[in-house]
Design a binder for this molecule. Structure first.
Ligand code: ZN
Length: 155
């Protein structure tokens, strides 16, 4: 594996990435993304952890190369940004979300919701593979829910 991401438990995350919400960098996006919760807004950069910056940049460049144009990416809805850095607890839980370190990204959340299994979620297999090639885990591919969610941390 190209990257040796930590396991997702709190102590492993702290040991590898440091404290939640710290060590962030701006990632210049290889293609503009629309905010999934307000698609009238477009962003050209996002915050993420310094240690995942280059890997996430490569992933998004590879997604851009896969579709070849902003128009085609739009048709596949891989320009719908659902969030990266977000210091918060896991929904309905007490553990910190992997988003708290800026080491997870959500794509096209409306068609890949927390509860949709693979029979309903639309996340392209090719995109899951691009992330996997950088060692990122897609929650849906592993657990059959939350297909929007990719993280640089092992389950
Ligand atoms: Zn997520």
């Amino acid at each position: 594996m190209v990257n040796n991401w930590p396991r997702q438990n709190f102590s492993s995350m702290i040991a590898f990435y440091g404290n939640i919400g710290e060590n962030q960098m701006r990632l210049a996006l290889p293609y503009p993304m629309r905010l999934a919760w307000d698609t009238s807004k477009t962003v050209n950069s996002i915050s993420c952890h310094a240690k995942v910056h280059d890997s996430l940049g490569k992933i998004l460049s590879d997604i851009f190369a896969l579709y070849g144009s902003i128009e085609e990416i739009g048709k596949a809805r891989m320009d719908l940004f659902g969030g990266c850095l977000n210091v918060r607890k896991v929904r309905g839980g007490t553990n910190w979300s992997i988003h708290s370190w800026g080491t997870a990204i959500d794509l096209d959340p409306d068609h890949n919701t927390l509860t949709m299994p693979r029979t309903q979620a639309t996340m392209p297999k090719e995109v899951i593979t691009i992330f996997a090639n950088e060692g990122w885990v897609n929650m849906g591919d592993s657990r059959n829910y939350d297909f929007m969610h990719f993280q640089a941390a092992m389950l």
